[in-house]
Design a binder for this molecule. Sequence first.
Ligand SMILES: NC(=O)c1ccc[n+]([C@@H]2O[C@H](COP(=O)([O-])OP(=O)(O)OC[C@H]3O[C@@H](n4cnc5c(N)ncnc54)[C@H](O)[C@@H]3O)[C@@H](O)[C@H]2O)c1
Length: 317
Amino acid sequence: MLFLVTGAAGFIGSHLCERLLYDGHEVIGVDSFLDHYPRKVKENNVLNIIHNPNLQFVDGDLCDLSLSELLSGVDGVFHQAAIAGVRSSWGTLFDRYIKNNVLATQLLLEACMELDIKKFVYASSSSVYGDAQALPVTEQTPTAPISPYGVTKLAGEHLAHLYYKNYGLPVVSLRYFTIYGPRQRPDMGFHKFIYKTLKGEEIEIYGDGEQTRDFTYIDSAVEANISAFFNGIGGGVYNIGGGSRVRLIEAIGIIEDITGKKAKLKFVERQKGDAKHTFSDVSKAKKDFEYSPQLSLREGLERHCEWLEKNIELYDF
Ligand SMILES: NC(=O)c1ccc[n+]([C@@H]2O[C@H](COP(=O)([O-])OP(=O)(O)OC[C@H]3O[C@@H](n4cnc5c(N)ncnc54)[C@H](O)[C@@H]3O)[C@@H](O)[C@H]2O)c1
C-alpha cells in the first residue's frame, strides 16, 4: 500500500514511517522542518530511512505544496504534522499554530475529499480535555482545552469530523497521551529530565511534581496508527494512552535509578495550560482495534535513556 505521512521527520512521524517501510509499504513522507527544534535533530530522525527506495521524502510545507499531486495513488494518510507544545502556544507565536495545526489540516482534508482514501488518521491530543473533572477520561468526557495549542488540536479534530460528516472521508482521530521514547521532541518532559540528569544539570519542575501523566511508549502510538488505519471506525475518536498513571516525581525517580545519577530538581511555578492530571481510558481503542499497550514505564524509560545517552551530543544546543 502507499501511505502519506505528514510530519515525517518529527518524533512520531519518523517512527511511523520506519514501521510502515518495515512492513513492506511505500511511503511519501513530507516535512517542512519547522525550526521549533533544530533541523539536524529531525535529519537524524530519518537517517535510517532516508535512502530507502520505498520512501519518497518531500521537504516542503503542506500549506504550499500541490497536495493533489502529493496524494496521487495514496491509500491512507497519517497526519502527524503540527507545531506541538503547550507553553509556546501562548503569546505572539500563535499564528504558527493556526497555520500549521489548523490551516494545514483543512487544506489536506480538502485535498483528500474527492480521492479514494481508505482512512485518514489524524494525530490529536489529550490536551483537548484540559483539566477534566473525572478520571480516567473516556471519549465521552467533555472537551475543554486549557491551552491555545489544545484549542488548535481540537479545531483539527472538528475539521476532520466535518469532512467525514459532509463528504464521507473516513477520518479517525487519535488522542495521544504524552508519547515518549527514543527521538522524543527535545521540549518534552522526559527528554529534558533524562538529558539534564545525564549532564548533571538542574531540572525545572513546574509545580510540586505531584502532577500525574499517562505516559505512552512510542511503539504503542505507532501500533495504534496502523491498527486504526485498518480497523478504526470512520468518524471515530480514540484515546491512545499508556495504560498507567504516574506522578512526575515518581518517573524522575525511575530515571535516577536507571541512569545511576541523582537529578537536581528546582521547583518553579506551575505553567499556564498544563493539565494537572492526565489519565486515559483506552477501552474503546481496545474494543475496535485491539489497542493494548504492553511495555511498562520502567522498560520504556530504559530504552529512552539508553538511546539518549548514545545520542546526547545531538541535543547540545
Ligand atoms: N509527542 C506527543 O506526546 C504528542 C501528544 C499529543 C499529540 N501529539 C501530536 O502528534 C503529532 C506529532 O507530534 P511530535 O511529537 O512527533 O512532533 P514533532 O514536532 O516532532 O513532529 C511534527 C513535524 O511536523 C512538521 N510540520 C509541522 N507543520 C508542517 C507543515 N505545515 N507542513 C509539513 N510539515 C510540518 C514539523 O516540522 C515536525 O517535524 C502532532 O500533531 C502533535 O500535535 C503529540
